[in-house]
Design a protein around this ligand. Structure first.
Ligand code: C2E
Ligand code: CA
Ligand code: CA
Length: 399
């Protein structure tokens, strides 16, 4: 593990304890260590870091001014992409409920440690980060940051391809679809995941090129699968920024129709946060896509705190429960309640419930008993390139 490349922020009001943790981190070889004595300072540090993000925050719960709980709330609301290690001298029950709260806010919690902290505990948490972060490699690749011009050049050179991750019906075990996830076959670095290029493309308003390319390649593949007797649907991710262009729905429709595919076979995933928009252009696009026959899905559900009223403005037919809730489902009562209420809501609205991030038999069994419709996750299969996905399909289509 490349501990050296981690960037860590220590938030602790006690000077002595803060220095102790910093020393531990240095002894582990961590080069970028930042520190703050309260939540307010910490938030300012994170907001100020536009280039290289803080990877992990080690945060004390009990602090003056802004305490650890309030700090977590701000982190959650501002959608900072960091992992957290909570620390407290106040006992494991309080740590447990703070941990649950963090997860409810969609914060990636590596774990909670009771004081006094031991070096080995920090090491264990880093190990967990290494394993849990499937973004680790990409993060390492992007530690210098891919330049927009290189990404655009890669798109020009046709180095991007869709990967496919199966979606399976929990009741019948049948494949019902797959999510299309963009990958960059980087000439030097190998396969790069979306965290290495999506943010740059979105920020510079260049995401459409990639969206259209993924949609087209995936539609061509799906058309061929259908011709070979495999009828399932494909889900494609759409960025909020794209919905500003009033011609977007038409463009999407013609890409799919041009390859001879019916839009009924394509599910468009928009994040819950995007779905909360009241921008007229976005609502117009979504309504038109729906009229053209596309299915709309609310992605990362549970992380955006949308109200039922906000969501029902959009004619969606699928609710994808965010993986942060699904991950700890089987050994966390609070998570089970959250997931159960998502599934109930989906059923009441007569839309499909999909759980992503299903990683174990236990998760699968629990979701099945809760009446969830569809599952997606490493337990079933990781995202695969077209050739592997074709081999994965029953009947083994070889391309
Ligand atoms: P997402 O839409 O939430 O996609 C699901 C992510 O969870 C994928 O990450 C997938 O590989 C990962 N995943 C699936 N099952 C499991 C599991 O059991 N455990 C764990 N730990 N992870 C699992 P990936 O491929 O890195 O994609 C990340 C995000 O990038 C996607 O999140 C999506 O928001 C975005 N993205 C991917 N492709 C596109 C694209 O073509 N266009 C746009 N706009 N966004 C894309
Ligand atoms: Ca998605
Ligand atoms: Ca998702």
């Amino acid at each position: 593990m490349r501990v050296r490349e981690l960037s860590i922020l220590v938030v602790e009001d006690d000077d002595f304890q803060r220095q102790m943790v910093i020393n531990m981190l240095r002894s582990l070889g961590v080069a970028s260590v930042y520190d703050a004595s309260n939540g307010q300072q910490a938030i300012e540090i994170i907001r100020g870091k536009s280039e290289k993000l803080v990877d992990i925050i080690i945060c004390d719960l009990n602090m003056p001014e802004m305490d650890g709980l309030e700090f977590l709330r701000h982190l959650g609301q501002e959608h900072h992409n960091v992992s957290i290690i909570l620390v407290s001298a106040l006992g494991s029950r309080l740590l447990g409920s703070a941990a649950r709260m963090a997860k409810m806010y969609g914060i990636k919690l590596l774990g909670a440690i009771e004081k006094p902290i031991a070096l080995q505990q920090i090491k264990n948490m880093f190990h967990k980060y290494d394993r849990s972060e499937n973004k680790w490699l990409e993060a390492a690749n992007t530690s210098d940051g891919f330049l927009l011009k290189d990404i655009l050049q890669g798109i020009q050179a046709d180095e991007f391809e869709p990967f496919f991750q199966p979606k399976v019906d929990l009741a019948t075990d049948q494949l019902v679809g797959a999510e299309v996830l963009a990958r960059w076959n980087h000439p030097k670095l190998g396969v790069v995941g979306p965290y290495g290029f999506i943010p740059q493309l979105e920020q510079s308003k260049n995401i459409e090129g990639l969206t259209f390319m993924m949609l087209e390649k995936a539609s061509v593949a799906l058309r061929e699968f259908h011709d070979n007797g495999h009828t399932f649907n494909l889900s494609v991710n759409i960025s909020l920024a794209s919905l500003n262009d009033t011609a977007f729905a038409e463009k999407i429709t013609s890409i799919v129709r041009n390859v001879g595919l019916d839009p009924h076979h394509i599910i468009l995933e928009i994040t819950e946060t995007a779905a909360m928009t009241d921008a007229a252009h976005a609502l117009e696009n979504l309504a038109r896509l729906c009229m053209k026959g596309f299915t709309l899905s609310i992605d990362d559900y549970g992380t955006g705190y949308s109200s039922m009223q906000q969501l029902t403005r959009i004619a969606f037919s699928e609710l994808k429960i965010d993986q942060s809730f699904v991950k700890d489902l089987s050994d966390n009562e609070a998570m089970r309640i959250v997931v159960e209420s998502c599934i109930d809501m989906a059923h009441k609205l007569k839309v499909k419930s999909v759980a992503e991030g299903v990683e174990s038999q236990k998760d699968w069994d629990m979701l099945k008993s809760l009446g969830c419709d569809t599952a997606q996750g490493y337990f079933i299969a990781k995202p695969m390139n077209l050739a592997s996905f074709s081999r994965y399909l029953p009947g083994n289509l070889n391309y």
